[in-house]
Design a protein around this ligand. Structure first.
Ligand SMILES: C[S@@+](CC[C@H](N)C(=O)[O-])C[C@H]1O[C@@H](n2cnc3c(N)ncnc32)[C@H](O)[C@@H]1O
Length: 526
C-alpha cells in the first residue's frame, strides 16, 4: 500500500465499512484525482474547453468542474493568473452545488479560506446579491482575499472573524450559509501525506466541539426559510451524521433535504453513530445515538445526508448535509436595529461613504431604504475617485462606495454592519486615494473586462509575452496594439488581457508598456 494509514483509523474504517473496506483501502494505492472548476464569472465552460491547456473530463456532480490528468501543473498557465479556473479537489465541489445559491441571495461562507467554495458560490451569484466570506485564521484570510480578487468577484465582503461576532452584526440576514467545517481531514490522506501525520493531533473530539459551536451560531445567522449546507472532508461519523443529528434535535424547524439522484453521492449512515456510541467512542462528547426504532424520522433524515467515497468516485472523499429551515419565525426579526460593537476597529471607524447621485436623491426624497450614519467622504477624495471612473471606465459600479482610510470599496452590504468587525475587504476594492491621486487596484483590474475600460491591450498566451508581463517585465509594444474607446489618449492606465481575459494594469508610453502587475501576484517559476 502506498500510504501507511493510522492503525486506529484503519480499524475504525474496517468496522464501519465491513466488506467494502478492502476496496476502500485499495483506493489509497492510486494517485489523488486532480480537478479544476471553470470560473463562469470570466468564461463559459464551452469557450474554456477550446483554449484549455489540458484535456478535460466532466466531474458528475459539478457542471463547471473537470478532471485533469495527473501532473498537469494547472497553476503554471497564464489562464490560471487570469482567474479562468480554480484548482480544486473534485469531491470538494459538491457542497456548493447543493447550496443552490442564486443571483440576489445573501450568502455566508463561514469557514472559507483559501476560497475554493467561496469562488464557486460567487459564480452562482453572478455578481448579484451579497457574499460574506469569512475565516477565523488571519493568515489563511490573506489567501482567501487574493482568490476572491483573482476570480473577479465584485460582490464579496471578506472578514476575519468569529462566527459569534458575525451573528451579532448580521442576525438572520443570510438566505444561504455554507459551513465547510474545520475537521480531522481523513479524506485528505491521499492528497497530503502530512495529514496522516497530523491526524493524531487533530483529535476528533476537538473538531466536534468547534463544529458544534459553528453550527449553533449559523442558526442565528440564517433568515427564516433559508438553507445551511454543512460539509467536511473527513469520514468520522462523530463529525458528520452525529453532528447533524444533534443539530436537528436542537433545531426542529430544520429538515434534511435528501440528496438523491446526484451521481456519485452515496447516502449517510446513522447506524454508525449508534455503533460508535456503543463502543464508547464518544466519551466526553455527549453525542446521543440515533436509533432507527426510537427515532425513525431523524434516522431517515440522516440517511438523506451525503458521502463521497474515494473507492466509489474519482475524488478524495467528503460528507455533505443540506439543512432547510421551514420558514417559521426565528428568534429575532431580520431588520432589527443593527448591533454596533463598543470597540470599533481602527479601519472600520474610518469607513465613510461616498454617496451616489441616486443615493443622495433617495435620501433627500425619503426613498432610501437605508440611511447612513457615517461621515461623508471628503469631497476631494470623492472627486478624485469619480473622475478616475469617468475618465477610465465604462462600467456601472455595483453597491455603495465607501472609504476605509485611503482605500475605496464598492460594498454590497450596509457599511454599518461592518463597524467593529475585522474587515479584510469591505467589498470590491477599487483602489487608493493619496495626495490627490487615485491608484486603481489589482482587484479592480481582474474583475473588469476589456469592454468596461477606455484602454486595453491584448497579450497572447502562446507568444510568451503574457508570461513576460506576469513576471513583471516591461514590454516593447506598438501604439496600434492599444484598443482605445472614443478619443482616449494612449497614455494612462491600460487593462492588460491574456487572449481577451483581464490580468492586471499597465501604463503605455512611447512604445513601452510599463508593468503595474503587483509583486505579490507575479509568476515566480522559471
Ligand atoms: C476545510 S477548511 C475550509 C476550506 C474552504 N472552504 C475552501 O473551500 O477553500 C476549514 C477552515 O475553517 C477555518 N476555521 C476553523 N475554525 C473556525 C471558526 N470557528 N470560525 C470560522 N472559521 C474557522 C480554518 O481556518 C479553515 O480555513
Amino acid at each position: 500500500m502506498a500510504i501507511r494509514l493510522p492503525i486506529q483509523f484503519a480499524e475504525r474504517m474496517k468496522k464501519m465499512l465491513g466488506d467494502e473496506y478492502e476496496q476502500f483501502v485499495k483506493s489509497y494505492e492510486s494517485a489523488p484525482r486532480a480537478g479544476i472548476r471553470v470560473n463562469t464569472l470570466k468564461i463559459d465552460p464551452a469557450s474554456f474547453a477550446e483554449i484549455s491547456p489540458f484535456p478535460l473530463k466532466p466531474i458528475p456532480w459539478c457542471e463547471t468542474g473537470y478532471y485533469i490528468p495527473a501532473g498537469s501543473k494547472p497553476g503554471l498557465t497564464p489562464y490560471y493568473h487570469a482567474g479562468l479556473y480554480y484548482v480544486q479537489e473534485p469531491s470538494a465541489m459538491a457542497p456548493v452545488e447543493l447550496l443552490e445559491a442564486k443571483p440576489g441571495d445573501h450568502v455566508l461562507d463561514l469557514c472559507a479560506a483559501p476560497g475554493g467554495k467561496s469562488t464557486q458560490i460567487a459564480a452562482h451569484l453572478k455578481g448579484s446579491g451579497v457574499l460574506v466570506t469569512n475565516d477565523i485564521s488571519t493568515d489563511r484570510t490573506k489567501a482567501l482575499a487574493k482568490n476572491i480578487e483573482m476570480y473577479g468577484v465584485r460582490n464579496a465582503v471578506v472578514l476575519n472573524e468569529s462566527p459569534e461576532r458575525i451573528a451579532d452584526a448580521f442576525p438572520h440576514y443570510f438566505d444561504k450559509i455554507l459551513i465547510d467545517a474545520p475537521c480531522s481531514g481523513e479524506g485528505m490522506f491521499r492528497k497530503d501525506e502530512d495529514m496522516v501525520r497530523q491526524w493524531e493531533h487533530h483529535s476528533i473530539e476537538r473538531c466536534v466541539l468547534m463544529q458544534r459551536d459553528i453550527l449553533d451560531t449559523a442558526a442565528r445567522l440564517l433568515a427564516p426559510g433559508g438553507r445551511i449546507v454543512y460539509s467536511t472532508c473527513t469520514f468520522a461519523p462523530e463529525e458528520n451524521e452525529a453532528m447533524i443529528g444533534e443539530f436537528l434535535r436542537k433545531n426542529p424547524s430544520f429538515r434534511v433535504v435528501p440528496i438523491r439522484n446526484v451521481s456519485g453521492i452515496s447516502g449517510g449512515h446513522p447506524e454508525w453513530i449508534e455503533q460508535a456510541a456503543a463502543e464508547e467512542q464518544f466519551e466526553g462528547l455527549q453525542i446521543e445515538p440515533v436509533s432507527q426504532d426510537e427515532h425513525p424520522d431523524l434516522y431517515a433524515q440522516l440517511q438523506g445526508t451525503g458521502r463521497l467515497w474515494p473507492h466509489l468516485v474519482e475524488g478524495e472523499g467528503h460528507f455533505v448535509a443540506v439543512l432547510q429551515h421551514d420558514g417559521t419565525p426565528l428568534d429575532k426579526p431580520a431588520d432589527q436595529p443593527l448591533y454596533v460593537h463598543s470597540t470599533v476597529e481602527k479601519e472600520a471607524a474610518h469607513g465613510r461613504n461616498i454617496k451616489s447621485k441616486k443615493q443622495k436623491h433617495n435620501e433627500k426624497h425619503g426613498g432610501a431604504k437605508h440611511r447612513n450614519r457615517s461621515d461623508q467622504m471628503p469631497m476631494d477624495a470623492e472627486l478624485v475617485f469619480r473622475s478616475f471612473v469617468a475618465e477610465q471606465l465604462s462600467v456601472d459600479l455595483p453597491g455603495q462606495t465607501i472609504l476605509y482610510g485611503e482605500k475605496v470599496y464598492q460594498t454590497p452590504t450596509q457599511p454599518e454592519r461592518l463597524a467593529g468587525l475585522r474587515v479584510i475587504r469591505a467589498g470590491w476594492f477599487m483602489g487608493s486615494v493619496k495626495n490627490g491621486r487615485f491608484t486603481p487596484s489589482q482587484a479592480l483590474a481582474s474583475a473588469l473586462n476589456a469592454e468596461e475600460v477606455k484602454r486595453s491591450v491584448q497579450l497572447i498566451a502562446e507568444s510568451g509575452e503574457a508570461v513576460k508581463y506576469l513576471k513583471g517585465d516591461t514590454l516593447e509594444l506598438d501604439e496600434d496594439r492599444l484598443v482605445k474607446s472614443g478619443t482616449a489618449s494612449p497614455k494612462g492606465y491600460t487593462l492588460v488581457t491574456v487572449n481577451g481575459h483581464s490580468v492586471g494594469w499597465a501604463k503605455w508610453q512611447d512604445g513601452r508598456l510599463k508593468n503595474e502587475y503587483p509583486a505579490g501576484w507575479r509568476w515566480t517559476s522559471v
